[in-house]
Write a protein that binds this ligand. Structure first.
Ligand SMILES: Nc1ncnc2c1ncn2[C@@H]1O[C@H](COP(=O)(O)OP(=O)(O)OP(=O)(O)O)[C@@H](O)[C@H]1O
Length: 516
């Protein structure tokens, strides 16, 4: 007897103004299959997953679940059928415990004690180490994701959807996640897995549907493909190789001297004696697991936090320690924050209006014309960035929130690079962007450096840092390691430093004492 597919989509179509996000999409997922959905930014992956999970209604098409036609009107109905989804951004309340968070999402017929017991049982069954009584703010991102996964598993899903689950995880946490997913699949649960990381897809998935421009362009078994062939299926080409030419660094552009800052946010990290220099024409990378002081350091460097003591942050010869972001921008600093929506862009405003957050060329000089915005010029400027950075958007008047995650990232990075900064500081430059766009952004970072810009890149992706940086630091527990030239750095050494263990670090001393 032929196997009844767990999920079968036929002719799924969803249009937004100016774009068909899904066009006649068909997709079949078998029981126990781990099925990747692959596609460049804006290909329609998230839209399709949200349709399956009932949070978006398709314009046309049919969904069969275990062979029966279903009309999933909302996530509650999806969960009742046995479909669960773990989103890229966690939906947890910081101030309450793990168990209380899970309890909130459940039917209140169960007591908190019963929920706690089921969390402990599920955690033990899948080797997911978690203490239900811990407040969520004390957890690392990897642990928070475990909570989301346990929450999904408690609904006993037959189909689990994961949207870019590894973008915030350390390599060790990714390995742990894969063990759990492989066990789930071996028990018959089907998994839909979205990721831009091709090696993960090849390791984990035994089927793959490729989307391009909202249409299915291929179905394959990723285990039988190479990174290059998957890349060709997805973007029609292989990402270009980067050329990292040796270059003599110039004079210091950013100098941070012994910067210590107490945390402002009770869940934040204290910065402790941070010193670093970025010269003209060099890329300095900062590696580290998020939550180790990156956020606090970037606030102090961008000017969003102006508490830095006098003389601790300088740009060229100017002491900028207490200068606000606008003042630092005038000196040539351009900054791309990690949070795209909210800090990098205002979701409800158009892309053209979002230019004004950091680019003021289209505002007429107040003394001549009262500071009016030249709308046409602003839109033309946004349109140039859209074109230069291959941003998929319905023109400069499209709202920022209508863009797919990766495309908004390309726009924001493009807006800042286009300013030809003297100092460029970027956090997670290729977060959520596809392989082609990631190569493009890294190429632009190197081109900036070759043009004499001083670049500071903060990233959790070691591969990326090794590709673009000239020198590397590691941040751990609010302290910064010494820098090493990339040519002398190894993944093992940097990995070790990521737990705070470098020569001369307080943590190393503490470990030595502990080992007696
Ligand atoms: N609410 C919306 N309004 C208008 N257009 C939208 C909306 N949501 C998505 N789109 C458009 O639909 C297309 C598909 O977007 P989707 O988020 O599904 O892509 P994706 O493949 O998940 O991309 P990424 O890898 O960047 O996350 C994009 O062109 C996007 O701009």
């Amino acid at each position: 007897m032929p196997v009844v597919p767990r999920l079968q989509l036929t002719g799924i179509t969803k249009a937004y103004p100016g774009v068909i996000a899904n066009s006649e999409v068909s997709l079949t997922v078998l029981p126990g299959q781990t099925h990747a959905v692959l596609g460049e930014n804006g290909a329609g992956k998230s839209t399709l997953m949200k349709i399956i999970y009932g949070s978006i209604k398709p314009d046309a098409g049919q969904v069969l679940f275990n062979g029966k036609p279903v009309n999933i009107r909302n996530p509650k109905e999806a969960r009742a059928l046995g479909i669960s989804m773990v989103f890229q951004h966690f939906n947890l309340f910081d101030t309450i415990t793990v168990a209380e968070n899970v309890w909130l999402g459940l039917d209140k017929a169960q007591s908190l004690e019963q929920v706690t017991a089921s969390i402990t049982a599920k955690a033990a069954e899948y080797g997911l180490d978690i203490d239900p009584s811990r407040p969520v703010h004390t957890l690392s991102v990897g642990e928070m994701q475990r909570v989301e996964i346990i929450r999904a598993l408690l609904t006993n899903p037959q189909l689990l959807i994961l949207d870019e689950p590894t973008s915030v995880l350390t390599p060790q946490a990714v390995e742990k996640l894969f063990v759990v997913l492989k066990k789930l699949a071996s028990e018959g649960c089907s998994i839909l897995y979205i990721s831009h990381k091709l090696h993960e897809i090849r390791e984990l998935c035994n089927a793959c549907t490729v989307l391009r421009g909202g249409k299915v362009t291929g179905v394959c078994n990723p285990a039988e493909e190479s990174n290059a062939s998957l890349s060709r299926l997805m973007i029609g080409a292989e990402p270009p190789q980067l050329e990292h030419r040796p270059q003599q660094a110039g004079s210091p552009v950013l100098t941070v001297k012994n910067l210590s800052l107490a945390r402002e946010d009770q869940f934040g990290v204290d910065l402790n004696g941070i010193s670093l220099t970025v010269h003209a024409g060099e890329v300095v990378g900062i590696a580290g697991v998020s939550g180790n002081g990156q956020k606090e350091l970037l606030y102090a460097l961008s000017g969003e936090d102006v508490r830095a003591p006098k003389g601790s942050v300088t740009m060229g010869k100017a002491d900028v320690s207490s200068l606000h972001p606008g003042g630092r921008r005038k000196l040539g600093l351009h900054f791309v924050p990690e949070e795209r929506l909210g800090r990098g862009a205002v979701p409800t405003l158009s892309l053209a209006q979002n230019m004004l957050l950091t680019r003021t060329e289209s505002i007429s000089a107040p003394k001549f014309a009262g500071g009016w915005i030249r709308v046409r010029q602003l839109e033309d400027h946004a349109a140039r960035i859209i074109k230069a950075f291959n941003v998929k958007a319905n023109g400069p008047t499209a709202a920022a929130r209508s863009l797919s995650g990766g495309n908004l990232q390309k726009f924001i990075v493009g807006r800042e690079i286009d300013a030809a900064p003297k100092l460029f500081i970027v956090s997670q430059p290729t977060w959520g962007v596809d392989v082609g766009a990631a190569a493009q952004i890294r190429g632009e970072i190197l081109a900036l450096r070759d043009a004499g810009c001083a670049v500071l890149v903060v990233s959790e992706e070691l591969d990326e840092l090794f590709e673009v940086s000239d020198r590397l630091h590691v941040i751990a527990h609010g302290r910064l390691s010494p820098s090493v030239p990339v040519a002398e750095a190894t993944v093992e050494k940097i990995g070790e430093w990521m737990s705070g263990l470098w020569e001369g670090s307080g943590a190393a001393a503490a470990v030595e004492v502990a080992h007696g």
